[in-house]
Design a protein around this ligand. Structure first.
Ligand code: FAD
Length: 367
């Protein structure tokens, strides 16, 4: 009898011990997925510790996937193909992926957790993306809420980019932000000047990166960014162009204009730039100079609410209204748009109304 009791106690404690060990293993498993191998484009293999999201894991291995929202799953930029091991599509990804992308196993890398070995495919050009250290050389007020930031590259000391591309600037941990965040900014400088990157940034009230740039970043400070990224660039045709921008959407066009001047590009351009008041216009002298240097370039600033004391003789209303007022048949033209999603969507409607086919409209939404 005593023997049977002892035996049962031993069995119960053995089961409890085994269960406890299992729980420890399960906990370890949940917290740390151990080493996982990621095979990229069937060639390159990297081994990482599981547990983090794919975007961060690739970043830590200096493979930079574009992302403008810092991994919050709200910009939809960090797409790549996960061919094996990515698990089920998350509800947070669905709004950013169309039917074809889902069929082709496209995922938002910030939403895919690395739990096991993965096979992924990324565009080859992303291997050319580098991380740069630079010094802030100049901060210039352009309007009440837009500044130009000039950075001198230190390591590596030069960057090669096609005009229209953007970089991801790092806002480090500071008083208002407890983590490093990256935000996308279009390069505004002359691509021939490889040691310099100019960014034109509009302050977003409460925004992490713009508050850092406007209120904390000082001349001579060191910054980090990676890039270049993006698809926005002039096509190789000689078609006439209509450009539309507002606010900091000016940035890529400045870089493109420098390049057009360097290469004596004769393409015809009408550049509509929308601002609220005359005081919100900037780089006016630079635009006049581009008009002189590029005989087929025309700059059309459009003011929506000219101030009472602003003696404005030019176009008024929304920038899209000015384009529409031109009333021209632009079916043979290409459209290039940059700025807020609202302005871009409204511009597409107007360009199509004037005869432009959607396939000839190129844009970068600052979303
Ligand atoms: C391809 C591309 C190019 C771009 N180029 C430029 C450029 O040249 N110049 C430029 O000025 N901008 C550009 N942008 C926009 C830029 O990347 C940033 O989105 C912008 O500067 C705001 O960044 P932030 O960190 O200051 O704001 P964020 O911290 O991202 O906040 C933006 C807004 O969202 C709110 N917000 C923050 N967190 C949350 C949350 N969790 N939930 C809800 N709301 C929240 C904030 O209060 C704020 O109103 C570009 C964007 C893209 C995609």
């Amino acid at each position: 009898m005593l023997y049977a009791l002892l035996q049962s106690v031993l069995i119960v404690s053995a089961v409890a011990g085994a269960l406890a060990a299992l729980l420890v293993v399960a906990e370890m498993y949940l917290r740390n997925y151990g080493p996982c191998t990621i095979t990229i484009n069937d060639e390159k293999k990297i081994t990482v510790n599981g547990g983090d999201n794919l975007l961060s894991v690739l970043n830590s291995k200096k493979i930079f996937i574009p992302s403008a929202c810092g991994g919050r799953g709200t910009c939809g930029l960090c797409k790549l193909k996960v061919l094996e091991g990515g698990g089920l599509l998350m509800p947070t990804e669905k709004p950013y992926l169309d039917k074809k992308e889902r069929e082709e196993n496209v995922r938002l890398s910030c939403q895919v957790k690395v739990r096991n070995d993965l096979k992924i495919r990324i565009p080859e050009e992303l291997f050319a993306v580098k991380e740069y250290t630079a010094t802030c050389a100049e901060i210039k007020d352009l309007t009440h809420d837009i500044k130009l930031f000039r950075f001198e590259l230190k390591d590596p000391p030069e960057i090669k980019f096609t005009p229209g591309r953007y970089v991801q600037l790092l806002a480090p941990v500071y008083e208002k932000s407890s983590e490093d965040v990256y935000r996308a900014y279009s390069v505004a400088s002359d691509p021939a000047n490889k040691n310099i990157i100019d960014l034109i940034i509009r302050l977003v009230p409460g925004g992490i990166c713009t508050t850092y740039c406007f209120n904390y970043l000082k001349v001579k400070d060191s910054v980090k960014f990676n890039g270049p990224y993006g698809e926005f660039h002039l096509t190789d045709t000689d078609a006439e162009m209509v450009w539309i921008a507002g606010g900091s959407g000016m940035a890529p066009f400045v870089s493109i204009l420098h390049h057009m001047r360097n290469t004596k590009n004769p393409r015809k351009v009408t550049y509509y730039f929308g601002a609220n008041t005359v005081a919100d216009l900037f780089l006016n002298d630079e635009m006049k100079q581009f008009e002189k240097d590029l005989p087929n370039f025309k700059y059309v600033p459009v003011i929506s609410k000219p101030g009472e004391n602003e003696n404005w003789q030019g176009e008024t209303g929304l920038v899209t209204q000015a384009v529409e007022r031109s009333g021209r048949d632009i079916s043979s033209c290409e459209g290039y748009l940059c700025g807020s999603p609202g302005m871009i969507d409204a511009s597409i409607v107007v360009l199509k109304k004037l005869g432009m086919s959607e396939s000839k409209i190129y844009y970068d939404k600052f979303a």
